[in-house]
Design a protein around this ligand. Sequence first.
Ligand SMILES: Cc1ncc(COP(=O)(O)OP(=O)(O)O)c(N)n1
Ligand SMILES: Cc1ncsc1CCOP(=O)(O)O
Length: 742
Amino acid sequence: MPVDLSLYLVTDSTPAILKGRDLCTVVESALQGGECCSSLLPIIQLTPAGVTVVQYRDKTNDTGVQVETARKLHQVTKKYKVPLLINDRVDVALAIGAEGVHLGQDDMSFMEAKKLLPENAIIGISTSSVEEARKAAADGADYIGIGTMFATPTKTNTKSVIGTAGTQVILDAIKDSAIGTVSIGGINHSNVQRVLYQSQSPKKALDGVAIVSAIVAADDPKASAEQFVNLIRNPPRFAQASNPPRANEAEALLNKVPQIIRNMVKVHPLVHNMINFVVSNFVANVALSIGASPIMSPYGDEATDLCKFDGALLINMGTLTSESVSNYLKAIKAYNDRGNPVVYDPVGAAATHIRRNAVTQLMAGGYFDLIKGNEGEIRQVWGSSAVQQRGVDSGPSTLDGNQKATLARDLARRERNVVLLTGATDYLSDGERVIAVENGHPYLGQVTGTGCAVGTISGCFLSAHRSDRLLAVLSGILMYEIAAENAAAKEYVRGPGSFVPAFVDELYAIRTAAANGDDSWFDGRAKVHEELPIAAIMALPTRASRIRNPALFICDIQDKFRNGIYEFPKLVSTTEKMLRAASTLQIPVFITTQNRAKLGKTVPELQQHLNGPHIRADVDKTLFSMITPEIEKLLPAPDSAPLDVVIVGIETHICVTQTTLDLLERGHRVYILVDGVSSINPEERGIALARLRDAGAVVTSSESVLFEILGDAAHEAFRAVSGLVKETKETTKGALGVFSKI
Ligand SMILES: Cc1ncc(COP(=O)(O)OP(=O)(O)O)c(N)n1
Ligand SMILES: Cc1ncsc1CCOP(=O)(O)O
């Protein structure tokens, strides 16, 4: 049955939220938030007019009180012609004749509830992953509650906090279904528009938001509901229409750049820098030299006044302190509320635990018009689990140009903003267009602050040119990088030291030329082209880091191969050790055989270890890859919980290779045990392992993996596993002796 989910009120009877008030009175007040229109509408409204659904969620009272309260609430909701759903309790819903129920993953199944409830009852299901959402849609649920959007004190036992990015993935996965969708968790007046805007996938958007505390705990629930209705009806102020690429996009953009620079100089924008202390002075001088007005203020409360100058805010977390994040969040809110541009430079994003957390908090806490960073930083923001960053440098590059372009494009698409991935070539994308810029000079990499200044410059251009953010940032980078080339070409510039003053002079020279309407400095100088990204960043190899979610894959260790495969018994002994450890640690095991009828079963030495609940599959196949449809069905979706697949078996260059590539392609991480894989020709091993390492797999040893899974000598299985390692030390040595020479 269709249900208007736009403003979905979930009740809470805990004293901290209800504050001694009567629940029915609070709910009635919230329902009055749309009273002007609701009496004209049928019981299931199709236009948002105040609270559109109420869910009675009571975790404290016993059944008798719940039935009594639900009955009273139903009187109220009926008056406002709004459906009442009961959380968890089908029996309570039946007792009072409620319009439906909301069920969690651990509650009565959809099918059972469907059997018990009347034909037209509304049934909603909580989901936090793609599989749960797909299942609810396939079962025929009326809507899904997707969450938890943001961590919230109202429900602390939530399975996962998925944010707008996770919600978007779920919406995308069910884009072909008509099922209703509502987001829940930590949603309030200041983030509701962003939740709706940033969660949207190209083909499916949220139908509404479910709110507990922001309405039930509000001093004035009616005013709160009214405010939600207004916010839900309008896009956030920072929302922008997309600019789909046209033919010759780079050329079309370049034609506009001089004009954009002239305009920026004329506007003389203010740029509010919350920037690291190392580069503050240099960056302020750069901003002045291009004709902007910099102010450096790390004090979040000051932003409420500063944002009124309608300039841009730069968040550069280069010298993070314990107070930085809360100050940033205040400032971001002030600029977001006003619709003024915010630039995020996640300096050193992957370097430390504190910085990684700061990235998570800031990404959840506000909207950034531009995210600018090097490869390591942008990968961290994207959510790669294994970024290596030493200090603030990018760390070793793992992506080629095309992959960088794809990363920038996909992050911009996901966040619905603009992303600049900096490096010798800069990749700039708004989620549709990707522009590669090859201007600049190596001296820029030798002077502290030159990267940070790009964030500030971008802010200046974003605030002066609002209609096309990609064009604004492109103009800023070109002004900056051409000035660097001009400075480095001066005969008195001998290195980074003499480069700095020359660079500031050249920025000033371009600014002066632009102010005089002279664009000759730009003629033929831009080294810019359009980059066509590959399919999707999901296809990028996910480099493995720490093993967190292990699974053991045993590939085709069958009798018929015994005589042909190089050092077969040693591979079997490694596999036996891994199977025994998997049983102790209850690691899920997936086994395949290739054409069992012809090539025989998994070898007898391993058979005794192939029982138990952790043995998830034992599949015969003709495919070379182990990722058969049967096994694929059993794997978790990588966006919810990528596996750390430890693989052993044969042949390295055929079935092991194809399994590894399939797993990487699906976003899982793969660890190939050098002492557990073999081929008929030993030379094939080295070639295949090198290829798979390039593709993103980790080539390692059985013992190393076992200790990594344990992680701590205090692990309850430590004694058992270390005992096993000791017991098998001779066979391990033998296997390494032959297999480690790759
Ligand atoms: C609309 C909506 N979505 C999700 C939930 C959470 O339900 P559940 O997972 O069953 O957790 P509890 O509410 O039982 O704590 C919900 N209630 N409503
Ligand atoms: C019931 C529930 N399920 C996931 S989060 C949540 C509580 C949401 O409460 P609030 O709107 O106060 O953050």
